[in-house]
Design a protein around this ligand. Structure first.
Ligand code: LR7
Ligand code: MN
Length: 584
């Protein structure tokens, strides 16, 4: 009996426990649900923009998602369906002229319809996501400096045509002091067709794209802002997928996948197919790179079409809550014209509590130009060294820690001597927002950087590498890797003549490595995941020795080419001195 009773008691006890657990779980579930459906308002907000809807995330349904156009008419004409437009030979002059002026074939663009069709490059799955109906009202901000009129206006047309109107609050064009005639009254008049939906503001002096974007954010009145370059075409239903993650958490910045538009034919090409997802990372000299999403992130997602986290972004195209952007200081106003602002914003967002998501279902085409058609004008006057490197220095001095700063200076030795201006405001902001360390960012967000670009060994030598026989210096000759390197008269300006040898034997220039097949010597992309190399410097004999071949770097007297030859202590064509020259 006792045993029986004990058994019954145990069973009753167990049943009670299960019941209690059930009640607890039910309670927890419902209270969590209440929490989730409730709008979470931050203390200092009067508007609705600061709400997080944690439970309302897009769901994949079997019927077509909302806002998808159901029928599409086929129109014939140059560039329609994003097909390449090859102009006939008789326009060769126009083509050459506009390409040299704009870095892209404006003559071709002028023949292509403003509202031409482009291929839907999204994964098929994207057509079936359903988004919340009450997404934020958006201001699309397009800054421009001397862009081709038809390319700029095609950007606007695509936004007007392919954005669900209820989410498009306005398009704000910010003219960064262009001086092209067709961007004056002509532009004022053209945008009248949109009855105030498209606004134009103009800088009274050249500010550069970074400050001009911050101005655009000030001018805009939508809840979310989206930045686009002035030579883009947005694709089908591009906006709702960008808004959804921000709707859930206002501190999320979202980035579309960027397709390519050819600068010569205006062909619209998907950047990648087969559903491979990439994300933005960087090399230690702050060269922007993209890397296949690592497993650690990919495993968090059931569908390839879901947004995923990325350490950084290319810079031009993204969406962000406007008040959040302004609250984190917009862009550092000390950054000049072009470059590095993508990293500044990314590090700031991640380290100060936000996140960046790339959104495969949002596609936007961007014209990759042949070259940069504008100069930095007065903004670059009286500055020693490259503006872009100065920008990088501001960013790394604000956001990196001591360890990682060293890797930057190892790659960019001259940067140590550049005047970056005052960053005390930026450092104060970082304190005020109680931002996390760069180490935290590397460990938790940008961990895949280390796989591709491991921590850098110290340089044992860096500077100009001067040949004893000719007095000329090693030079990349302004070419992009892979390309032969040569020598030219020493200029002491760094850049193409600044070489470095690290303690692991890697000889490099910029983000590139010096390699040889035994005969020729070239600069090449460094082998991913490695920081070592075959080179060593013999200080007594002034020789650069290739350990694998056992030969010395030699300038061939007649051809002027570089090669490897058996080491000979009397051959002055094999003798090199490394000279540091600091700018000032
Ligand atoms: O002084 C200027 N004032 C401007 O208003 C210089 C430029 N601009 C405008 C310009 O007209 C254009 O609309 O700013 C916009 C961007 O300038 P681009 O198109 O010359 O830049 P990019 O496409 O060569 O370079 C990329 O890196 C930049 C670094 O500062 C910006 O972040 C660009 O937005 C960015 N572009 C992209 O990310 C597009 C994707 C491809 C890449 C890489
Ligand atoms: Mn661009």
């Amino acid at each position: 009996i006792t045993n029986l009773r004990r058994g019954r008691l145990v069973r009753m006890g167990a049943a009670c426990t299960v019941l209690l657990l059930l009640i607890y779980a039910l309670h927890k579930w419902s209270s969590e649900n209440i929490e989730n459906t409730d709008v979470v308002l931050l203390a200092d907000s009067e508007t609705s923009y600061y709400k997080s809807h944690k439970d309302v995330y897009p769901v994949l349904k079997t019927e077509l998602g909302n806002f998808e156009p159901r029928d599409k008419k086929i129109i014939k004409g140059p560039g329609e369906e994003g097909k390449p437009y090859h102009m006939s030979q008789k326009h060769a002059n126009d083509v050459a002229e506009t390409e040299s002026k704009y870095g892209m074939n404006i003559a071709a663009s002028n023949d292509i319809a403003m509202n031409r069709s482009i291929p839907d490059t999204r994964l098929d799955e994207c057509k079936y996501w359903h988004y919340p109906e009450d997404l934020a009202k958006t201001s699309v901000i397009i800054v421009f400096h001397n862009e081709g009129f038809s390319v700029l206006m095609r950007t606007v047309h695509s936004v007007i045509n392919r954005t669900p109107p209820q989410f498009l609050h306005e398009v704000v064009l910010v003219d960064d002091f262009s001086d092209k005639d067709d961007l004056k009254e002509n532009l004022d008049n053209y945008i009248k067709r949109w009855n105030g939906k498209v606004r134009l503001v103009r800088n009274v002096q050249r500010e550069g794209l970074i400050r001009t974007r911050s101005r655009g954010a000030q001018e805009a009145t939508g809840d979310v802002i989206v930045f686009l370059d002035a030579h883009c075409e947005v694709n089908v239903n591009w906006l709702p997928p960008l808004l959804a993650p921000i709707y859930r958490d206002y501190r999320t910045m979202t980035v579309p996948v960027i397709d390519g538009i050819d600068y010569n034919t205006f062909e619209y090409r998907p950047v990648y197919q087969h559903g491979t997802n990439y994300r933005g990372i960087f090399e230690w000299g702050m060269l922007y790179k993209e890397n296949e999403v690592p497993d650690r992130e990919a495993h968090l997602h059931k569908h390839k079409s879901e947004p995923y986290k990325s350490p950084t972004h290319a810079g031009g195209l993204f969406a962000i809550n406007r008040r959040y952007f302004l609250e984190i200081g917009a862009y550092d106003p000390g950054l000049l014209v072009w470059g590095g602002e993508n990293f500044e914003l990314s590090f700031k967002i991640w380290q100060c509590g936000g996140s960046i998501e790339w959104v495969p279902c949002s596609r936007v085409g961007h014209v990759y130009r042949a070259f940069m058609p504008y100069t930095f004008g007065n903004l670059a006057k009286n500055r020693k060294g490259s503006l872009i490197t100065i920008n990088y220095k501001r960013v790394i001095e604000t956001w990196f820690d001591e360890e990682h700063k060293e890797y930057f200076y190892t790659r960019e030795p001259m940067a140590r001597f550049l005047d970056m201006g005052d960053i005390s405001e930026q450092v104060a902001l970082k304190e005020r927002l109680k931002c996390k360390s760069f180490g935290w960012f590397m460990e938790n967000v940008a961990y895949d950087v280390y796989d591709k670009f491991p921590k850098l060994p110290k340089n044992v030598h860096w500077g100009m590498v001067k040949n004893k026989a000719t007095g000329a210096c090693l030079d990349t000759m302004g070419k992009a890797a892979p390309a032969y390197i040569g020598t030219s008269s020493c200029h002491g300006m760094g850049n193409s003549q600044l070489f470095r040898l690290n303690e692991a034997g890697q000889l490099g220039v910029g983000e590139r490595c010096v390699e040889t097949d035994g005969d020729n010597v070239k600069q090449a992309i460094c082998r991913l995941g490695t920081v070592d190399g075959p080179w060593s410097y013999n200080e007594e004999r002034h020789q650069l020795v290739h350990r694998l071949h056992g030969h010395c770097l030699t300038l061939q007297p007649h051809s002027g080419q570089l090669g490897l030859a058996p080491c000979d202590p009397n051959n002055t064509y094999q003798q090199w001195t490394v000279k540091q020259k600091t700018p000032n």
